[in-house]
Design a protein around this ligand. Structure first.
Ligand SMILES: [Zn+2]
Length: 381
């Protein structure tokens, strides 16, 4: 290794020697800003397929090229144009890229930069300022914080449940959690026999959110005095209601538009404004019905046959599809976190209306009054 090579490595905080520099660094425009770019390649001798584990079936299969955000000595944006060796397994046809601890797979920020960003967030600095300093967006900074938080939660959860002997953990039959939970992947390790159930309550919540955000997009394009806008604004909940329960035949006075009309007609009018909105509504209703009737076959078909609509629904459907098995479990098994989530929601409301409690006792008393005492007396009537 030449002397300069070592200096570059130190400057870039790079320890992995499988990354080699292929040409001199250059100043060039990246996203319109003059930046310092290093050129490097990651090659690593891999003998076994990471998917099927067979040896001797791997062939080199081109490169994956990415711009990696790298540590910067000056304030000049610095990147590594990194080529990563791709491999293909002739036995199982899977393709994968060489891995390095310097930058995680699917990530375009070097590990040392991530670490520096995280340590910066310990101080009272805005996301924007941190982002500017490390040449990433404020959203990226937030994402790095979120990822770290998830990793820590996962660690805490593992640590907590590992205290119970495996024999006990093997007796757990089902676990209900939501898809946002980063720890869904921990379940097989901690509870080898447990079936994972994606919470039904949470599936509906995700769908609600997607449909709402699409509705808002449509509203933004409409004149504020139009009937459709007024209806979507005042009666937004109508779109979330089950199709079976909305009024289809008897017109009633609609306060939003000021005349007699059925819910169905007004909803249809709004859906006609945008194809993506209409199709999102359709999927939403189909899934709602499948969940309500516990129809796993239909649910499976909806998930498999979904085509992207270019609306917020796409993201939700992608996650539901990714965990299809666990989503279908939700329809088969009647476990749900709905009750628990309800309690959490109520407690959050208590906290926000009281601007926090200094005394833990006062706080729990208040929760008890709202949740249980009043409940008991009203059900006793
Ligand atoms: Zn293979």
């Amino acid at each position: 290794m030449s002397l300069s090579n070592k200096s570059i490595r130190n400057a870039l905080e790079m320890k992995d020697e499988n990354i080699i520099f292929t040409e001199d660094s250059k100043f060039m425009l990246v996203n319109g800003i003059k930046s310092l770019v290093y050129f490097a390649m990651l090659t690593k001798q891999i003998d076994r397929c990471l998917n099927c584990g067979l040896a001797g079936h791997l062939v080199k299969n081109g490169f994956n090229k990415n711009m990696i955000v790298a540590p910067s000595l000056s304030l000049r944006p610095t990147y590594i144009s990194l080529k990563r060796q791709k491999y293909k397994c002739k036995s199982c046809n899977s393709i994968f890229v060489a891995k390095t601890s310097y930058v995680w797979e699917y990530c375009q920020i070097a590990q040392p930069v991530r670490q520096m960003i995280l340590s910066e967030t310990a101080f009272n600095t805005s996301l924007k300022d941190i982002g500017r300093r490390f040449n990433v967006s404020d959203k990226t900074v937030q994402r790095i914080i979120d990822e770290e938080a998830t990793r820590r939660t996962s660690y805490q959860i593992s640590k907590y449940f590992s205290r119970f002997p495996l024999k006990v953990r093997r007796q757990v039959k089902t676990i209900s959690l939501d898809l946002n939970a980063g720890y869904i992947n921990l379940v097989p390790k901690l509870f080898p026999k447990a079936k994972v159930v994606v919470d039904r309550f949470h599936i509906v919540q995700m769908m609600n959110r997607s449909l709402n955000s699409t509705r808002i997009q449509v509203m933004k394009r409409m004149p504020k005095r139009s009937k459709e806008y007024l209806f979507m604004k005042r009666d937004w909940k109508k779109f979330l209601e089950s199709f079976d329960s909305i009024e289809k035949i008897n017109p009633k006075y609609q306060y939003s538009v000021g005349y007699y009309e059925t819910d169905l007609n007004l909803i249809t009018k709004c859906l006609d404004l945008d194809e993506g909105f209409a199709k999102s509504y359709e999927v939403y209703q189909d899934i709602l019905k499948a969940i309500r009737t516990g129809d796993t076959d239909t649910m499976n078909q909806i998930l498999l046959n979904y085509h992207p609509l270019n609306t917020a629904m796409d993201q939700t459907m992608t996650s539901l599809r990714k965990y299809r098995k666990q989503v279908l479990n939700a329809l088969k098994l009647k476990y749900s976190n709905g009750f628990l989530e309800g309690i959490i929601g109520r407690i959050k409301k208590i906290k926000s209306s009281a601007y926090g409690y200094r005394s833990w006792n006062n706080f729990t008393e208040r929760i008890n009054i709202q949740m249980f005492w009043l409940r008991a007396s009203s059900s006793a009537k």
